[in-house]
Design a protein around this ligand. Structure first.
Ligand SMILES: Cc1cc2nc3c(=O)[nH]c(=O)nc-3n(C[C@H](O)[C@H](O)[C@H](O)COP(=O)(O)OP(=O)(O)OC[C@H]3O[C@@H](n4cnc5c(N)ncnc54)[C@H](O)[C@@H]3O)c2cc1C
Length: 399
């Protein structure tokens, strides 16, 4: 069996390792355009801040791929012919497969006001990191457009390099997709306290410059001179390349799959950020890992009915840590913790705790997820909250 995996991110590599663990004979080829070796995308910011060397972003020693007999190829796949079971690459190679896994991840969304000028950056790929590093020394001011998790990481990196930043966020409060207005206010105050010129309710209207960025104009009509513009308005499944191949799989926002990660094409599977599994896209590291593992079993003929656990995520807004589990929107109980830049919010429906949003302190998401899945009464959860605290370094805080 020749398994070909397109994309060497966490979904693709986890799938390759899982197939190898079960089948010592399988021929496994992983082809990816961005880098030869798997790296941790979530740690990009630490490379930008010079806290980690690029090589340290790689979760595995390079020899592991040789030992596991995983053939790595660095190239972009440009065509898929499911009838002939073949892929064609930008480098002119043709690869035959028996089974194919599409694990091509996400890409940064393009903004309607964006122009192809030197100085316009995203923060998703290693090539984006290269561009950011190249531009940083010559940047007297940067504008980052788009709140959320990737936007604030890029802003933090720029602040680390002492680049003045204007951070434009379209919404009237910070990241209302997940944070309540009170939490948004705390996060906004924290970001401003780092010296960031954060403007809520403000978008880019146009971008100025010839060949390279000279500035932007906001929807409020203000012109801001800058040499770098970070576009961080979200990511989308990386499916564009599949629209023009000889036999595209069924696509919606992502590559459509059933619960066993099967696409509409025979022996072609999809997993990770690119997959829309029974209508749901989970653009998260641990979800991509979980999907890679499950897709591997499915490709080996095992019965798989993927059902993700309750949603959870954790992130950092500069020094403010955030953990969420289950639902993040809806009515609930909010408590600001005394004397701290911290809060807890328990989302409540019909007297039950259906989600948690915890800011400024550390929480064990496993406990929170378990409570959501157990549908505990919110009154009981409020009494037991300290059981889910995870402040091992600093001790538990008073709730
Ligand atoms: C800056 C940043 C911070 C993040 N932080 C977090 C976090 O804190 N927590 C969290 O849960 N998630 C986080 N994420 C999201 C997380 O990184 C992704 O969910 C995860 O990496 C998805 O893995 P994947 O294997 O599906 O795809 P990817 O890691 O995107 O890998 C896919 C690979 O396929 C390659 N590829 C695409 N098309 C082709 C083609 N046609 N031919 C060949 N190769 C191709 C891509 O270039 C890419 O290298 C973050 C993402 C970013 C960008």
């Amino acid at each position: 069996m020749h398994l070909v995996i397109v994309g060497n991110g966490v979904a693709g590599i986890t799938a390759a390792m899982a197939v190898r663990a079960k089948d010592p004979q399988a021929e496994i080829t992983i082809i990816s355009g961005e880098s030869e070796y798997f790296f941790s995308r979530t740690a990009l910011m630490y490379a930008y801040m010079d806290i980690m060397q690029r090589r340290d972003l790689e979760p595995y020693e390079r020899k592991v791929f040789r030992e596991q007999r995983l053939t790595l190829r660095k190239d972009w796949v440009v065509d898929l012919d499911a009838g002939a079971r073949q892929l064609r690459t930008q480098g002119g190679a043709t690869l035959s497969y028996d089974k194919l896994l599409l694990a091509t991840g996400s890409r940064g969304r393009r903004a309607p006001w964006e122009r192809d000028l030197e100085g316009v950056v995203r923060f998703v790929s290693l090539q984006d990191l290269d561009a950011c590093e190249r531009l940083t020394p010559g940047t007297r001011r940067a504008v980052v457009a788009g709140g959320g998790l990737i936007g604030v990481e890029l802003v933090e990196c720029l602040v680390h390099h002492r680049v003045p930043v204007t951070f434009l966020v379209r919404e009237p409060s910070y990241w209302p997709a997940a944070l309540s207005p009170e939490e948004g206010e705390m996060v906004a105050a924290h970001i401003r306290a780092q010296g960031v010129d954060l403007r809520l309710g403000t978008e880019v209207a146009s971008m100025e410059g010839e060949g390279k960025v000279a500035g932007i104009t906001t929807t409020a009509g203000e012109a801001i001179a800058c040499q770098m513009v970070g576009v961080t308005i979200g990511v989308e499944p990386n499916v564009e390349w599949l629209r023009s191949v000889k036999t595209p799989p069924d696509l919606n926002r992502g590559v459509l799959t059933d619960q066993a990660f099967r696409t509409s094409l025979p022996d072609v599977f999809a997993a990770g950020d690119v997959a829309e599994v029974t209508g749901r896209i989970e653009p998260l590291w641990y979800a991509a890992k979980r999907q890679g593992e499950a897709a591997a079993l499915s490709m080996m003929g095992e019965r798989v009915e993927y059902a993700p656990p309750a949603y959870y995520n954790s992130a950092k807004f500069f020094h403010l840590e955030w953990t969420c589990a289950g639902e993040t929107k809806g009515p609930g109980r909010f408590r600001k913790l005394p004397g701290r830049e911290a809060s807890v919010r328990v989302i409540e429906r019909d007297g039950m705790a259906v989600g948690f949003s915890m800011l400024g302190t550390r929480w064990n998401h496993r406990v929170l997820v378990k409570w959501v899945e157990q549908r505990l009464r919110v009154d009981d959860v409020m009494k037991r909250l300290s059981e889910a605290q995870y402040d091992v370094e600093f001790g538990r805080v008073a709730l």
